[in-house]
Design a protein around this ligand. Structure first.
Ligand SMILES: CC(C)(COP(=O)(O)OP(=O)(O)OC[C@H]1O[C@@H](n2cnc3c(N)ncnc32)[C@H](O)[C@@H]1OP(=O)(O)O)[C@@H](O)C(=O)NCCC(=O)NCCS
Length: 399
């Protein structure tokens, strides 16, 4: 593949001024992909539109579409699901490391997950093999095992016995089961399943581009995914789903449940604007008229909150949604900035009682499919990804 179109124009004397430049590579076409398409108008995974997938597909079907490349037949889906279920168990070394790292004082779950994925490389018989067949085998193993890492890690954090994977449960339901030791309702399982569908693929976002850059040196899938996890962790990328919920908690603490729907929320937001604060879960590098995924998840999460009798964070789940909706309206009215998928994700996972620090790891449990599809695409038609920089430092100086 031709990575970074700027480089592919091959100027006779490479120079910074000959190439298009853009802060943060905004608007630069950095290569080609057949995995997914992100445009203002729609989001496609290998040609399938995201609303269609959220309505009609399951996460395992979407994973098959991304990893194998086509919509599975019933027999193919059955075989694919059986392979994933068979790969769920973790090696003892990884479990032992989870026990030793998950509760370290300076550790967050994304760090534990990153280290565990890196450790899995040592134990994978295909680790050094970047052939298409080996990459596909490793992708399925990572897809299966990342969910178990998240579940077991949460068990360690909670100080409980490890909850073993349940082979009768699909990916999303099993993830909830392993994290909590409680069988989810079919609605909870479906809402998590749809959130995994929505998070699975998003063309050259920062973590996928990281994975492709690593793969472009002909390095291996585990290394590319480890790097991608590090990139996803940041609050400007996947970490935003956790930070969005933290921000809502902060607003709720300041205005109180009685303050929802009143000018108190406007005042909180005005102060944040005056301080030039970035409000997490809002804005997007590509989508300037709204994120296609956000309303889908908002509706589903609200549906759970409307029935919920629990009190996440000490307030009814619906109160959190009402607060979130007011914040969204203020952002749109005053800043013309739409929520991205991380905003309803925070609200939805909070309603479902999922611990906030696991929101971004759950994003990984889904995006592993998109990353792996991109790594395979990169390896299949590789060209080293190596842009050029514009030098703005000191002119040549004698030592
Ligand atoms: C996602 C994000 C990094 C995209 O950034 P970007 O394409 O570089 O957008 P810009 O920073 O150029 O934003 C354009 C303007 O909108 C403002 N803006 C964008 N997102 C904002 C946000 N979440 N809160 C407040 N202001 C925001 C910027 O400050 C900038 O204002 P200015 O022109 O007065 O300086 C950015 O919107 C952001 O930081 N969002 C919060 C983190 C987040 O939710 N990330 C998940 C993305 S899926």
């Amino acid at each position: 593949m031709n990575a970074v179109s700027a480089a592919s124009s091959k100027p006779s004397t490479p120079s910074a001024t000959a190439a298009p430049k853009s802060a943060g590579l905004e608007g630069i076409i950095a290569g080609q992909t057949a995995v997914g398409a992100v445009t203002q108008g729609q989001l496609l995974y290998r040609g399938y539109e995201i609303h269609d997938l959220a309505q009609n597909a399951t996460f395992e079907e979407v994973a098959h579409v991304l990893l194998v490349g086509h919509k599975p037949s019933a027999a193919e889906l059955g075989a694919f699901k059986a392979e994933i279920v068979a790969e769920r168990a973790l090696p003892e070394l990884v479990i032992d490391t989870l026990r030793k790292t998950a509760r370290l004082p300076n550790t967050v779950p994304m760090d534990t997950l990153r280290s565990a994925v890196s450790l899995l490389a040592h134990l994978d018989p295909d680790c050094q093999d970047v052939s298409p067949a080996a990459n596909l085998r490793k992708s399925k193993r990572l897809l299966a095992k990342i969910a178990t890492i998240i579940g077991h890690m949460q068990n360690v954090i909670d100080g409980r016995d490890l909850v073993k994977p349940d082979p009768s449960l699909d990916h999303a339901a099993n993830l909830l089961w392993m994290m909590t030791g409680k069988k989810p309702t079919s609605e909870q399982a479906r809402v998590l399943d749809v959130s995994l569908i929505l998070y699975a693929e998003h063309d050259f976002n920062a973590s996928t581009f990281t994975a492709r850059t690593i793969a472009g040196t002909l390095s291996d899938l585990h290394g590319a995914v480890t790097g991608a996890i590090a990139a996803l962790k940041g609050p400007l990328h996947g970490g935003a789903n956790e930070m969005a919920m933290e921000m809502l908690k902060e607003i709720m603490k300041d205005v109180g449940e009685a303050g929802i729907g009143t000018a108190k929320v406007d005042q909180w937001m005005d102060k944040a604007f005056a301080e030039k604060r970035k409000l997490m879960g809002f804005g997007h590098r590509v989508y300037k008229n709204g994120d296609h995924r956000a309303p889908i998840l908002h509706k589903l999460g609200r549906g759970i909150a409307e029935k919920d009798t629990g009190n996440p964070g000490g307030h009814p789940a619906l109160a959190w949604f009402r607060l979130g909706e007011q914040v969204q309206k203020i952002m749109l009215d005053k800043k013309q900035i739409h929520p991205n998928v991380d905003f309803p994700c925070g609200l939805t996972y909070f309603t479902m009682g999922i611990p906030v620090p696991q929101y971004t790891p759950i994003f990984v449990a889904s995006r592993i499919t998109g990353w792996a599809a991109h790594v395979m695409e990169q390896h299949a038609n590789n060209r080293l990804i190596r842009p050029i920089a514009e030098y703005v430092g000191r002119p040549q100086t004698k030592w």
